[in-house]
Design a protein around this ligand. Sequence first.
Ligand SMILES: Nc1nc2c(c(=O)[nH]1)N(C=O)[C@@H](CNc1ccc(C(=O)N[C@@H](CCC(=O)O)C(=O)O)cc1)CN2
Ligand SMILES: Nc1ncnc2c1ncn2[C@@H]1O[C@H](COP(=O)(O)OP(=O)(O)OP(=O)(O)O)[C@@H](O)[C@H]1O
Length: 202
Amino acid sequence: MSTPQALDRQALRSRFLAQRSLLSPVARTRLSLQIIEALLALPVFRDTNHLFIYCNYHSEVETTELIRRCLRAGKTVSVPLTRPDQSRMAAVAITDPDADLAPGYKGIPEPLPALIPSRLLPLETIEIVVVPGAVFDRQGYRLGYGGGYYDRFLSGAAAQARRIGLAFSLQVVERLPVFPYDIPMDIVITEKELLQWPRNAR
Ligand SMILES: Nc1nc2c(c(=O)[nH]1)N(C=O)[C@@H](CNc1ccc(C(=O)N[C@@H](CCC(=O)O)C(=O)O)cc1)CN2
Ligand SMILES: Nc1ncnc2c1ncn2[C@@H]1O[C@H](COP(=O)(O)OP(=O)(O)OP(=O)(O)O)[C@@H](O)[C@H]1O
């Protein structure tokens, strides 16, 4: 990470993580519920069975209510299990966010170790990936925490899945510096707008 563009990205990431953390917990919860309602109202949601949903950490858009609503609707929900030794994520099915999660990698809520062998799901079955981020742009590109986990995930076995980024509106910029391995979102949802890019038009 030493090219000027890479340094730009690091500065952008830090700036937007700092901005995001300024939202009060009450505002974060209120805006998160608005964002989740917009996702649940998407026509594609009704036809989806398996969603891979991040478990929110620090000041990310909150997803616990989304996970509950999906489970109540009879959908399969898997969540990320970070495998830092491989820079990869696995998908582990959960049935109850209160009982099935505990702090894992970096303190992120992750599936309990006892669940892992029996609940690993093939990434090819994921239909929607709900993606967190530090900052998104109006072309659908994003920066996360810098591990490259989602780029690897979305260009690998989960490439068929619809990619839906969740962000507070303060996390959207016009244009980010893009690298060849960056995978753009299909949809970005904030409390103010829903941005969408048809895949065949990219
Ligand atoms: N909720 C959630 N789960 C996720 C991700 C994510 O972005 N959000 N990931 C997507 O890649 C993977 C974990 N990757 C991560 C890589 C680095 C850091 C990290 O460096 N955290 C900083 C704190 C940053 C902050 O200020 O918020 C640290 O520990 O110092 C965190 C997660 C898989 N699970
Ligand atoms: N498909 C890939 N294959 C191998 N390495 C990759 C791939 N995608 C990204 N990387 C590597 O991951 C590193 C971090 O990428 P990037 O800065 O885009 O992370 P990020 O999108 O912010 O992180 P995350 O996806 O974990 O939230 C880069 O140094 C890049 O070389």
